[in-house]
Design a protein around this ligand. Sequence first.
Ligand code: NAI
Ligand code: A1CAB
Length: 276
Amino acid sequence: MTKVAFIGAGSMAEALISGMIENQLMSGNDIWVTNKCNHEKLENMKAQYGVTITYELEQIFKDANVVFLAMKPKDVADALQTIKPHLQKNMLIISVLAGVSIESIEQLAEKELPIVRAMPNTSATIGKSASALSVNKHVSIEQMKLVQQMFETVGLASVVREEQLDAVTGLSGSGPAYIYYLAEAMEKSAEEIGLEKEMAKRFIIQTLLGAAEMLEKSPKESHQLRKEVTSPGGTTEAGLKVLDAHAVQQAFIECIKEATAQSKRLGNHFSNSRKA
Ligand SMILES: NC(=O)C1=CN([C@@H]2O[C@H](COP(=O)(O)OP(=O)(O)OC[C@H]3O[C@@H](n4cnc5c(N)ncnc54)[C@H](O)[C@@H]3O)[C@@H](O)[C@H]2O)C=CC1
Ligand SMILES: O=C(O)[C@@H]1CCC=N1
């Protein structure tokens, strides 16, 4: 039996827990969760997923095979300071922290541990995450199999070079937020053009799902698919001209680059503050 401990009980921890339980990789009995101080949040997770909640570190780490680090990057130094006496050589550490390198975690833990640095996204909740994984040399073949299984249960999982993880963070870690941002704009416009909220929402969702599935199933590139919607002199052309006038595509490119840069900054800030 695998015992999985989550240190941190926020959005990402909940997305992974819910995805792994929903997709029957494990049950709530296999999962132990703690956080910094929000006991109500832990109680809610216990009620919803049947996980065990505790602030007793002895309990959470006893016989744990896998330890997820799921706090914000700014909190990892404090967290590891507290938990490091409980970390054993055979425990697989999976960090989902943006920017924080495997080397930084190794230094904070002050012992040789198998460490996976992962970048999933919140669509893990419904088994649709896009997760990238990098590992250190202490991860065994068996542990790697388990990691692949966990992340494949909650979506697509690919091993990447660690230096690519900042880019993955900017692209697909943060990616769901970009799509929700577009959905928000579509919802707001629907109100202004006279469509009822609920009906508009169904049309927006179906449009996003349909376009995503076309991107997946059609052999055509995204540019070609866009051209096929855009009749000369038609409605799409008129709308897209407005997006071009506001340089929206360029803004999205800069958004993804900036998110990537921020992931790097989070990591640099972290390793520089350790050197200081
Ligand atoms: N939210 C997202 O879409 C994604 C987040 N991530 C990464 O996941 C991590 C968590 O992000 P969120 O879940 O959004 O944050 P959150 O703020 O929702 O949750 C953070 C959790 O960490 C806990 N925590 C803080 N210090 C702690 C300590 N010393 N000991 C135990 N628990 C502690 C907090 O109590 C809270 O439960 C971040 O490092 C982020 O970079 C990665 C991919 C996507
Ligand atoms: O915004 C963040 O920092 C985290 C990492 C990727 C998505 N959310």
